[in-house]
Design a protein around this ligand. Sequence first.
Ligand code: UDH
Length: 287
Amino acid sequence: LSNATSVTKSPEANHLEKCPDDPPELVGPLRIVFDEEQSMEQLVELNTYVEFGGHYKPPDCIPLQRIAIIIPFRNREHHLRHWLYYLHPILRRQQGEYGIYVIEQAGENTFNRAKLLNVGFVEASKENNYDCFIFSDVDIVPENDRNLYRCSQNPRHLACAMDKFGYKLPYTGYFGGVVAFTKEQYLKINGFSNNYWGWGTEDDDTYKRVTLSGMSVDRPDRNVGRTKMIRHQRDKGNEVNEKNYVVYNRMKYTRNQDGYISLKYSLIKIEKNQLFTKITVDIGKPP
Ligand code: UDH
């Protein structure tokens, strides 16, 4: 008898119910301004519910999705602080389990946003059994917390009404800024192309991957999908690249070889901060 151990689980853990589809603490429209900037210490103090590494799990219900938020990054510390300031409280009210991954391109070579997103998918998946991946620019913040950072039936476009485009889509197939894919949806499109160096067209490529794979795009209502972008100049190392149109014009033939299955990079550093995990990688340079 002395060796018999009975494991008693806390009654609360046993009685947790699924979080509701409609999180009760949402407030709707938000006032987003980017004039004041918090220090990282202030941000940590404001968001004590976030666990080390930028992880959160609702304490009082079982979350409907486990969500990895992937942010492509280089030299945008100011924007990241604004993003963390607004997004942590919003994500908490939305009651998902989530982890924040900032994927930093090391070095000075031309930036490659979509390849960094693929890295984010792979690295976040190593840490947790995420079922939803949200790929977000560092400079975009939702203006309404009913814009749920969650996955849906089809890949979902969360930044469908951006201030810089007059709060509407600039064109029907626009799929930039913030998008959400379940693991299955991401794998179905073979992830993103690794071949768009510099600015432009990689989001159109992603849209094409979605439609050519027989899926469509879900979007929230235009009022709910309002988002604000932090105004900025074009970054050094991310100039418009005309060659990207050539890559785009060939994507129909190359998309099955170029993407998640062909991703190559080397991991340089994983740095756990209180409010996010930063993963620095060498993703090479344009051919
Ligand atoms: N990013 C970085 N660092 C860079 C480049 C890009 O972190 O050096 C990331 C960041 O998450 C950013 C995203 O990649 O939000 C997209 O890049 P972008 O902000 O340059 O693209 P966007 O289309 O802006 O938002 C284009 C430049 C507009 C210049 C307008 C000048 N009037």
